[in-house]
Design a protein around this ligand. Structure first.
Ligand SMILES: *Cc1c(COP(=O)(O)O)cnc(C)c1O
Length: 344
């Protein structure tokens, strides 16, 4: 078998969730949008529910319907995109809680599903989702009369603890929710790490559960082992890969491994990335192809059967940095071709 092997450590995800719950000391939800950052929302959420998570967030109603099927009745499932046109059957059928983002969504929701639970999303400066202060001011009394279950907002720069935007958004959030007796939520992973002033009644970590920054203390969650298909020796001056991307300056041993950019291994990572064999780092040489990557394994004593791209030695953020991106994008790009194993 030549497909690469992705293992997803569900126990580590649960440990990371417990660690963030310990830090926050308030209700700790789990964000499982985008199929739990590519790691399988149904499996991840079921495991977290067993660990004690009672509140899950998804991006869109369709994800919520699939998640409800996996989780059954009980846990709360909230939808960041709110109540979009055509969502009423899904929201009602799967008992989802839309985070209402605008006056239009509010009207749509109370008209289609009167008395169905909903939350409110406020924009405190990110200018992405949620009601702005002026819109909220006009809608506030009407919305509160309908008993929202949560009022939330989202921080733009929480991964930078010293960024002035954090305190600025917190002040706006305080202002917009002053005197309101409804549970509040401001923080994802980054905000959870900013301290108690940012926790309010519920925190909503995503990336920290999956081993990514800014949760420095997270356990790594994914390992990716890629089989070696072929090994060859090249002489000085020989080239490797498309466009003669690499030229041997000394005799070298090249391993060709079975994964490429079609598996989410971003082509741009090529020149900077390394793989690992028993703790020894071996560099990618030449261009990343669609299904193949070439690696200089001269440093290894024995010919490797596989090389590890993600694991304890190189996490999703370190690999992301090689491609000029972030751990989030590495995770959500992980390919469909991998043989996946979930360990508990
Ligand atoms: C994605 C998202 C989260 C989770 O963010 P992480 O940085 O992955 O912890 C929380 N809240 C909102 C609104 C989001 O879009």
């Amino acid at each position: 078998m030549s497909t690469a092997h992705l293992t997803i450590d569900l126990a580590a995800i649960a440990t990371n969730w417990r660690a963030l719950a310990q830090i926050s000391q308030v209700e700790t939800a789990a964000v499982v949008k985008a199929d739990a950052y590519g790691l399988d929302a149904a499996r991840v959420a079921k495991h977290l529910a067993q660990a004690g998570a009672r509140h899950f967030f998804v991006a869109v109603a369709e994800e919520g319907v699939a998640l409800r099927r996996a989780l059954g009745a009980g846990p709360s499932i909230s939808v960041f995109s709110g109540h979009m046109d055509g969502d009423a059957a899904a929201i009602s059928g799967a008992t989802l809680v839309p985070m209402i983002n605008s006056l239009d969504q509010m009207l749509r929701h109370v008209e289609a599903l009167p008395a169905h639970p909903f939350g409110i999303q406020l924009d405190t400066g990110m200018n992405r989702l949620g009601m702005e202060p002026a819109e909220w001011a006009t809608l506030r009394e009407i919305a509160l009369a309908q008993n929202p279950t949560l009022i939330m907002s989202h921080l733009a720069s929480a991964d930078e603890p010293d960024h002035a935007m954090n305190e600025k958004q917190r002040a706006v959030f305080e202002d917009m929710t002053a005197g309101i007796d409804v549970p509040r939520s401001l923080s994802a992973t980054g905000g959870t790490l900013l301290g108690p002033a940012y926790h309010y009644d519920l925190v909503r970590p995503g990336i920290g559960l999956y081993g990514g920054l800014p949760f420095v203390g997270a356990l790594p969650v994914v390992t990716l082992d890629i089989p070696v298909i072929q090994i060859r020796d090249v002489a000085v001056g020989e080239t490797v890969g498309y466009a003669n991307g690499w030229i041997a300056q000394a005799p070298a041993r090249i391993a060709t491994i079975s994964a490429g950019y079609a598996d989410g291994l971003i082509r741009a990572m090529g020149p900077k990335a390394s793989l690992f064999a028993d703790g020894v780092s071996v560099p990618v040489v030449g261009r990343v192809s669609m299904d193949l990557i070439t690696v200089d394994v001269t440093a290894l004593r024995d010919p490797p059967e596989s090389l590890q791209l993600l694991g304890p030695e190189q996490g999703v953020d370190a690999l992301g940095a090689c491609a000029g991106t972030i751990g989030y994008e590495i995770l959500t790009s992980l390919g469909a071709r991998y043989k996946r194993t979930w360990t508990t």
